[in-house]
Design a protein around this ligand. Structure first.
Ligand code: PMP
Length: 379
């Protein structure tokens, strides 16, 4: 129950255990083309261009920055935690002049502040983290997309912890880049960097006057490959992670079969149930209120007087693996529970059950069952 890598469906895992076909095998080309199409469907961006590249989420961030930034371009980072600050570092590497609007821990940056900042300078690009995995804060992607469109700024959404778990309507919301990785709500073992970019972003890329300074990530290398796959033609730039792409197609098929709305609703109910359970146990959440709380993970604070060095081990002994805090300054103050992908009621009950038992063993007083009751009520 960590926020990625998550538990994967057995049908997806089976794709990893078959003999690896050639990357130019006609069946693989078909499957790649289908995965590109499904990526656009999941991000709701029918006119966009999808990329499937071997790498991690950080590579997807790197590709967005490397291809859309030229030295001296102004970029605005809206940061809600660890991964916002990472984006600022990446953008600086490619010569961007970066301003960071940093939210208070557990909150988002108010839209008025973002708008004020966009009015103050002419930015080429803005980035925001849809769900920051370090704080479990959910950003208002639609409103940020609106602001980006209004101020003619390329908008980049880091969806590593949100795509296929939180609602995204990329095209309707005017988001130019949605990027993610395979190992979270997309439901595939780690190793794929995934992007869907708008035609607007492609035009901005084509208007560059300087070469992209990252060789592997250069869209000039990858665009022809993705287009070739879409046209069912063999092509090569870097060998695709063949089995991972096979697993991706399977997982995307399962996602679409469930129905995106059903899937978002299931995540919403899981998120609500977990927050209700955690609150019923008397634990505070890092995210400030329901509106800014992610549904793909939760970040409860440890109760005071609990031994934080042994607590997660005690939960682990109950059969549930949770993650520690990630924000360096609050690392020992909170922990994280992932609830994305194929999550069901039994997973949530087992998790809260383990949490309750570990709390009790650590001398924390609460009525046993008060958390699990909330799961039953809300999920
Ligand atoms: N952005 C967010 C929101 C993430 O949660 C992560 C990974 N936890 C990343 C970016 C980086 O992804 P990766 O670890 O796959 O490089």
């Amino acid at each position: 129950m960590i926020p990625g890598p998550i538990e994967f469906e057995s049908e997806v895992m089976q794709c990893m255990a078959v003999p690896t076909p050639s990357h130019v095998d006609p069946d693989f080309i078909d499957l790649f083309a289908n995965s590109l199409k499904l990526m656009k469907e999941v991000c709701k961006c029918p006119s966009g261009q999808a990329f499937i590249v071997a790498g991690t989420g950080t590579l997807a961030m790197d590709m967005a920055a490397a291809n859309l930034i030229e030295t001296g371009d102004k970029a605005l980072v809206i940061s809600t935690g660890y991964f916002g600050l990472r984006f600022a570092e990446i953008l600086k590497r490619y010569g961007a002049e970066v301003d960071v609007l940093e939210a208070e821990v557990g909150d988002i940056v108010p839209m008025e502040l973002i708008e004020q900042q966009l009015q103050s300078k002419s930015y080429k690009l803005l980035t925001f983290t849809h769900v920051d995995t370090s704080t479990a804060v959910l950003n208002d992607a639609k409103s940020i997309g609106d602001l980006g469109r209004k101020h003619k700024v390329l908008t980049v959404l880091d969806g590593v912890c949100s795509v296929a778990g939180e609602e995204i309507k990329q095209e309707e919301w005017g988001i130019d880049v949605v990027l993610t990785a395979s190992q979270k709500a997309i439901g595939v073992p780690p190793g794929l960097a995934l992007l869907v970019i708008s035609q607007n972003a492609i035009q901005a890329f084509e208007k560059r006057t300087s070469p992209v300074t990252n060789y592997y990530g250069d869209w000039s290398n990858w665009l022809p490959i993705m287009k070739a796959y879409e046209n069912r033609q063999a092509s090569y730039f870097g060998t695709p992670a063949v089995n991972l792409v096979m697993a991706l197609e399977k997982s995307l098929q399962l996602i679409v079969k469930e129905g995106l709305d059903n899937r978002f609703d299931r995540h919403l109910r899981a998120g609500k149930a977990m927050r209700a359970a955690i609150s019923a146990l008397g634990l505070e959440l890092l995210s400030k209120n329901e509106q800014v709380s992610a549904n793909t993970l939760s970040a409860p604070k440890y109760p005071s007087q609990i031994d934080t060095t042994t607590f997660l081990k005690a939960v682990n002994q109950e059969g549930i693996i949770l993650a520690g805090g990630l924000l360096p300054e609050l690392k020992n103050d909170y922990f994280r529970i992932g609830h994305m992908g194929s999550i069901n009621r039994s997973d949530l009950l087992a998790t809260i059950g383990a949490l309750e038992t570990a709390l009790k063993k650590h001398g924390y007083l609460h009525e046993l069952g008060s958390g699990t009751t909330q799961i039953l009520k809300h999920f």
